[in-house]
Write a protein that binds this ligand. Structure first.
Ligand code: ATP
Ligand code: MG
Length: 444
């Protein structure tokens, strides 16, 4: 470990505490990321100084909760550095919070309460690594393993199960077998965890480089059934049938769509993962052997809405997710009129169009089809084309003033009504958007 790798703010902070005679260490994800040669965006420190003493060393710090954490903000770093007094944890009786937290006496005590070996290392002021649980060996082997008994650690705090899968998805590690078995055994305990925290971990998995692997771990461990039971039910629902291109059952298709999703927006990825979630409820096998899912996008939308509410998505996330699921069946037909393409853009909203097309590509690839079709490509071009044409009333080549002058009208609601009628005719392609023609039409 080379100190020159550390930002000057970090080195400065370590020195301030050491100069005053306190122990101070970099801990947690930062040490893990440093050892893996990754960029650190979140710096956490632990010290034997009490919060009061911490604030004496750094008067610009802010004391932000009852856990003995002091934050300090630097211009050059997005997230504030967090300095926490050594902690030790008592017993857990609710599977999510220790009954009491007290200050620990030593670094070792503090590291022992941490979740995984790769997260339980510290780096001191002299660049020495303190690694009592062999986190470095596990980084070498690329495995995630709990500190101490996995069974005990997951039953203490059920969120750690999601953290294990999330970190695996982020850094591409595998979960050690005993740790994985313990997740399966404790999966039902996830129901005790606040939905906001479950959502936050789920979205971190979706944002990670390996979301598909994360979902496979979710499913095999039984967590999926607890968090997204509606998605769990899609597995085994067949959709292979004559005249249809589907290769996979609904659940596998959804997982594959996530895998193939090119967008890195977690909401678009989530939409790829659940866009057909209403298929089990709409499954019908006709006498001909053809399987249909009539109206499944509406049922999927209702289920997506329930999930969004349950997991407390933000308003903007909810809006995008629901729009994508609701309209994912849009047609790309070369016989479509410009007007119908414009209607599609208005319905979906210009801000979601790009994501809608990404979802379509994911859906196709996730069903075993080619990435795109000439129809889709043509549709994309036409979306761009029709936007060059008038779009809102404001884009009409004449305005309220022209209407008043031409028809000798006073300002009033009539003007708007006339403009709206003209606009409608232009949008429906019955009238070109040209000033002379529009003025002539007015006189009629
Ligand atoms: P990142 O910051 O990249 O999301 P991280 O590992 O730093 O990952 P944080 O949530 O910032 O995650 O937590 C900092 C450290 O606190 C962890 O590395 C781990 O040592 C410890 N920790 C966090 N959550 C838990 C938990 N639920 N149980 C035990 N230790 C935890
Ligand atoms: Mg962190």
């Amino acid at each position: 470990m080379n100190k020159s790798n550390l930002p000057k703010e970090v080195v400065g902070l370590l020195e301030k505490f050491s100069d005053k005679g306190y122990e101070i260490y970099i801990v947690g994800g930062a040490v893990r990321d440093l050892l893996m040669g990754k960029l650190v965006y979140d710096w956490d420190f632990t010290t034997n100084a009490t919060p009061k003493q911490i604030l004496k060393v750094i008067p610009e710090g802010f004391y932000d909760n009852a856990f003995g954490t002091v934050g300090i903000k630097y211009e050059s770093h997005d997230k504030p550095f967090e300095i926490t007094t050594f902690r030790t944890e008592g017993t857990y009786s609710d599977n999510r919070r220790p009954d009491s937290i007290s200050w620990g006496k030593s670094l070792n005590e503090d590291l022992k309460r941490r979740d995984f070996t790769i997260n339980a290392m510290a780096l001191d002021n002299t660049k020495k690594i303190i690694d009592p649980f062999k986190g470095q060996v596990d980084i070498e082997k690329k495995i995630i393993r709990t500190v101490g008994s996995a069974q005990k650690r997951f039953s203490e705090d059920a969120l750690r199960m999601m953290r294990a899968i999330r970190i695996a998805s982020e850094i591409g590690f595998t979960i050690e077998q005993k740790t994985l078995d313990a997740i399966s055994q404790n999966a039902p305990l996830i129901e005790k965890i606040a939905k906001e925290r479950v959502k936050s971990e789920l979205f971190k998995i979706l944002s990670s480089p390996h979301p598909h692997e994360g979902m496979i771990l979710f499913k095999s461990s039984g967590l999926l059934e607890k968090i997204l039971p509606e998605l769990s039910k899609c597995f085994g629902v067949e959709q292979k049938s004559p005249q249809r291109h589907h290769k996979y059952d609904v659940g596998t298709h959804l997982f594959m769509s996530l895998k193939k999703c090119k967008s890195d927006n977690p909401v678009v990825r989530f939409a790829a993962l659940i866009h057909d979630i209403g298929k089990p409820q709409t499954y019908k096998k006709l006498d001909s052997g053809v399987i249909t899912f009539y109206n499944h996008e509406m049922v999927s939308t209702t289920i997506a809405k329930n999930i969004s509410t349950r997991l407390k998505l933000s308003k903007a996330e909810d809006e995008k997710l629901i729009t994508l699921v609701r309209y994912h069946q849009f047609t790309v037909d070369d016989k479509q009129t410009d007007a119908s393409i414009r209607r599609f853009i208005r319905k979906v909203g210009l801000e979601h169009i790009e994501d809608m097309l990404d979802l379509r590509v994911a859906d196709r690839l996730g069903g075993g089809a080619t990435e795109t079709s000439w129809r889709t490509e043509d549709f994309k071009k036409r979306i761009v084309e029709v936007q060059k044409e008038p779009f809102t009333i404001k884009d009409l080549k004449i305005g309220g003033k022209d209407v008043m002058k031409e028809l000798n009208l006073k300002p009033g609601p009539e003007i708007g009504i006339v403009l709206k009628r003209l606009f409608h005719e232009v949008v429906e392609n019955q009238l070109p958007n040209e000033k002379e023609i529009l003025l002539k039409k007015l006189k009629e």
